[in-house]
Design a protein around this ligand. Structure first.
Ligand code: C2E
Ligand code: MG
Ligand code: MG
Ligand code: MG
Length: 281
């Protein structure tokens, strides 16, 4: 009997695996189609200077406008794109589109702040990344200091490779940020080796700063360390006035989060900018 149920378990497991990989294959081909059909869209989330309330940057965040499933968030397809390698052409589209949009907003005198894009591991490992970015800056006419590349600590494990790679990227004149700072396993020593401009304090620390003294201590310490290292620092996932006050008191100059604005599409960003402009004048 036990033998039989063991066999059943195996079949169930095997079936589940098949479904899993079939689903992945299906999504892969859908992603390929999505890229061809232009189903991806960039949403933008403004980054705010606490002292002035001014917009100081925008993070571009990809959305998949699926013809039947509606808006698919990145956590549902980026892992499959990453695994299949499709993240490389998708990521290139993201950089190109972010540069194009940012240049357009500058030309229209709507906005003169950098755009941040998320790099994936695969993209970061591509030897041709630097040339590709140089090309996209040239084609779109965007000045390099208006492009901010967000990498994560997981990409810095091979310190020698990361140092060389980042120096080459930095030589283009772009900015470099460490995203989700504090969640990786890498040693802090890279902070003095890498040519980075900014630390983004991960949402998971910011979330509970009002209730968890440990998180409050971690956030305050990251901010202080960033200042000592002459790095910019921004807190992600700021949702409440109380969090904002805490961050301000601890001298975190920049924030990003629902408190100011969720990520929205380019039309909504333009509306936001127009309304703020008429407020000022
Ligand atoms: P991330 O780069 O850390 O982006 C911040 C995420 O936090 C975004 O989720 C944003 O919508 C969310 N967020 C912002 N403010 C708040 C807040 O106040 N509260 C809460 N709970 N969440 C907030 P999103 O857009 O779903 O993106 C998730 C992740 O997907 C990103 O995390 C990034 O790692 C990845 N991703 C997004 N776009 C791209 C892309 O173009 N390429 C690559 N490789 N990855 C991307
Ligand atoms: Mg990011
Ligand atoms: Mg982040
Ligand atoms: Mg995050």
């Amino acid at each position: 009997r036990s033998k039989e149920s063991g066999k059943n378990n195996y079949q169930v497991f095997n079936q589940a695996m098949k479904t899993g990989s079939l689903q992945k294959l299906k999504m892969e081909s859908e992603l390929r189609r999505a890229l061809q059909n232009g189903e991806f869209e960039l949403y933008y989330q403004p980054q705010m200077e606490v002292s002035s309330g001014k917009i100081v940057g925008m993070e571009a965040l990809i959305r998949w406008m699926h013809p039947t499933r509606g808006i698919v968030p990145p956590r549902e397809f980026i892992p499959v794109a990453e695994e299949s390698g499709l993240i490389v052409p998708i990521g290139e589209w993201v950089i190109m589109e972010a540069c194009r949009q940012n240049k357009k907003w500058q030309d229209e005198q709507l906005l003169h702040v950098p755009v941040s894009v998320n790099l994936s591991v695969r993209q970061f490992l591509q030897p041709s990344l630097k040339e590709k970015i140089a090309n996209m800056l040239e084609i779109t006419g965007l000045a390099p200091e208006y492009l901010d590349l967000e990498i994560t600590e997981s990409m810095t494990m091979d310190v020698d490779f990361a140092t060389t790679n980042l120096l080459e990227l930095k030589n283009l004149g772009v900015q470099i940020s460490i995203d989700d700072f504090g969640t990786g396993y890498s040693s802090l020593s890279y902070l003095k080796k890498f040519p980075i401009d900014k630390l983004k304090i991960d949402y998971s620390f910011v979330r509970d700063i009002m209730s968890d003294p440990n998180d409050a201590a971690i956030v305050a310490t990251i901010i202080s360390m960033a200042h000592h290292l002459h790095l910019e620092v921004i807190a992600e996932g700021v949702e409440t006035k109380e969090q904002l006050t805490f961050l301000d008191r601890n001298r975190c100059n920049h924030i990003q989060g629902y408190w100011f604005s969720p990520p929205v599409n380019s039309v909504q960003i333009e509306e936001l900018l127009h309304s703020r402009r008429s407020e000022v004048s």
